[in-house]
Design a protein around this ligand. Sequence first.
Ligand code: PLP
Length: 387
Amino acid sequence: MRQSRRLDRIPPYLFAELERKIALKREQGVDVISLGIGDPDIPTPEPVVAALAEAARDPSTHQYPSNRGRPEFREAVAGFYARRFGVELDPATEVIPALGAKECIFNLNLAFLDEGDAALASDPGYPVYTGGPVLAGAEAVLLPLRADAGFAPDFDAVGADDWARARLMFLNYPNNPTGAILPDGVFEHAIELAHEHDVLAVHDASYTETTFDGYVAPSFLETPGARDVGVEVFSLSKGWSMTGWRTAAIVGNAAAIESYWRLKSNIDSGMFEAVQLATAAALDRSEDTPRETSAVYQRRRDLVCDALREIGVGVTPPKGTIYIWAPVPQGHTSASYCELVLEESGVVLSPGGAYGPNGEGFFRISLTVPDDRLAEAVERLRSSLGG
Ligand SMILES: *Cc1c(COP(=O)(O)O)cnc(C)c1O
């Protein structure tokens, strides 16, 4: 048996590796605390679970769903965008469901890239921005995020040849893994460049609802001209603690959404309609949930940042996301530091280098573990690494 060359070209998925390491430690009897994967420990809000249960009892949800989504889903997304962002969407042409942002981002690569084309992928960034183009038979060109510019993309670092091949550009604010919020002017600049080079701009809005200290994140579609050149992928995974449900929506440019739909109708058969109805319930009736969960993460953020400062790690408390991004101490690489921490304290951190070459020299902590476990992890970091 021989797997495809395409598959040979991508590294194993980051967290698949981490999970293996954790399992090994646990077999050795270590009480491992994983601050690696960003997967909310908070349950999905009860009204959303109740809406799913009710919808699952309705036989009209039991057949193949339509890939365009039920009207209830599309209207709920449009209603949310109008109230939350002041963005008007046409539910008939500018919104369709996605089986999570990950599926959507991956499939956009298949829908928009041919051999020889490239996607511009934020570095450091979510691994699908680089794995997706490669699996689609194209290439990823790294778009470095500059720490000294608030993690704004350095568009000038992309050469003329790469701009000529680029068909897609992936942006993400609030940002995973850096925790950065949108720096001034980035969306405006991206829209100009997308026009100039005929690139579809894709904004990954996985964390617009997870913000701290009163910061309110914008939608990409609030920026004038965004809809002419771009789409936004809005996920409920983090804001409503629904990672297991696989629910998101792609919104924005109608022609791009049509291409995505055309591709998808050949790949999967859409989102379980009971999940679509539960998603509509989350957006219509659990609008306060993200603010409540953000308060939990904000408290955890403070706990972790205080402890890191005490052990001499220079860290900037993020204004959004579920991550702390911090520099590794001198004399270490990302990987060597994370190995050391795992050995000394049984705490799993994500090495920054795994998110791209520009992530080297940093590590990422996820805030998605219960408070008592997080406190325990922080205590172990203090005693094994302090002083
Ligand atoms: C968590 C995450 C996703 C995945 O979202 P799903 O909707 O669960 O697929 C996508 N992008 C970023 C940046 C993320 O952190």
